[in-house]
Design a protein around this ligand. Structure first.
Ligand code: AMP
Length: 369
């Protein structure tokens, strides 16, 4: 069976690495061949909205998935209409996750606490939103935002003009700034028959809006129960098939949903070595209609993203038990080039090793596990 994947980044590459041992083949679509998944699997090249190339992908695959959210739902729907290919996760979930307004409304509808928000499409609407929601607040583009891109923090009413100048002209969302204590995410999978598995909670540390470190399992049983209830509500609401992630702020012991990702998620990379079945394998199992694998952790994992420039391979591989994933990408500031994972026997040992590794790999960064 061939799995077609729109987007051939590192998430796609890790899907292929998980799916080949199970006997599946892969075909990727991306704008160029020089991609992380292009090192592993055959590729089609073209624009993500190109009907011809999407049609080819549909004709050569039994199921289509995606490793990147910013693709055209309409083009994919149109290109696959006359074919027998299945699409998973469902396009309705993808459409909701692509638009921050639809995403917030989904959370609200399902009774999942989220930040207060208002749609903004003019300077006057921004002034109204700031008055209603208050300051500080974050103005975000509704679409095409990721890793903190397309965001502006307003601390005073006078910032509104500059915020509009930077982001205005496309649909926007203004939301309250949450002075959170920390950030967590939950990841789970739903199979075609409706069965679900949920991974332990991830504690996430961002720098400049980009995930830098994940510690998992993060032992907080009450938060895990609440987060997994929210995740299951979203999975059920969309008759979801595949892996889904939700990111939350934690403030005074309460969860506030920030966003969801209808795909495998960076905060779940630790599951490759740290869980009985990785998120990538469970995504492949779910979309191909196979039984899901257990999400049980095998220890206490720390996952560090390697961003902007790659530390020397010798340094990383000299670290006992460290698992390196080099995505083979050209270095560029702010670009995710790889990640590494440690799995330890206790949370204390894991935290100490993560701290020491971070100090050596990126001494200038303010990340304190
Ligand atoms: P996002 O692209 O929405 O996930 O935002 C990236 C990061 O920016 C988040 O992980 C937070 O660290 C920060 N951030 C986003 N929205 C807010 C908010 N409303 N309040 C505080 N921090 C935020």
């Amino acid at each position: 069976m061939t799995i077609g994947v729109v987007g051939a980044g590192q998430l796609g590459a890790m899907l292929a690495l998980a799916g080949y041992p199970l006997g599946f083949d892969f075909l990727f679509l991306d704008r160029t061949e020089r991609t992380p998944a292009g090192r592993l699997a055959p590729m089609l090249t073209g624009d993500f909205a190109d009907p011809g190339v999407l049609r080819q992908l549909a004709e050569r695959s039994e199921v289509i998935s995606f490793d990147w959210e910013n693709i055209s739902v309409d083009a994919l729907r149109a290109a696959t209409r006359a074919t027998r290919v299945r699409i998973a996760p469902p396009l309705k979930a993808l459409a909701a996750a692509q638009d921050r307004l639809a995403e917030k409304r989904t959370f609200e509808r399902l009774g999942i606490p989220t930040t207060r928000f208002a749609a903004v499409d003019s300077p006057a609407a921004l002034a109204r939103a700031v008055r209603r929601i208050g300051l500080p607040g974050v103005l975000k583009t509704r679409r095409l935002g990721y890793d903190g891109k397309g965001q502006f923090v307003l601390r005073a009413s006078a910032d509104a003009a500059l915020a509009w100048e930077r982001l205005g002209g496309v649909p926007l969302l203004y939301e309250e700034f949450v002075p959170f204590d920390y950030e967590v995410s939950i990841i789970g999978a739903r199979g075609r028959g409706g069965e679900t598995v949920i991974y332990p909670l991830n504690r996430n540390y961002h720098v400049d809006g980009i995930l830098r470190l994940t510690l998992a399992p993060w032992t907080a049983p009450r938060l895990w129960r609440t987060a997994s209830t929210s995740l299951k509500r979203v999975l059920e609401a969309f008759h979801y098939v595949g892996v889904l992630a939700i990111e939350f702020f934690v403030r005074k012991g309460r969860l506030i949903a920030n966003e969801m990702a209808p795909r495998v998620h960076n905060s779940g990379h630790w599951t490759i070595e740290g869980a009985l079945t990785s998120q990538f394998e469970n995504h492949v199992r779910a979309i191909t209609g196979m039984p899901l694998g257990a999400a049980r952790p095998l220890g206490f994992a720390a996952m560090i993203n390697l961003i902007g420039d790659m530390p020397a391979r010798e340094t990383l591989l000299a670290e006992a038990g460290l698992h390196l994933h080099d995505y083979g990408k050209e270095p560029r500031p702010g670009r995710k080039l790889g990640h590494c994972t440690l799995v330890e026997t206790s949370a204390e040992r894991r935290n100490l090793r993560a701290k020491s590794l971070l100090r050596r790999l990126c001494p200038h960064l303010d990340v304190k596990p």
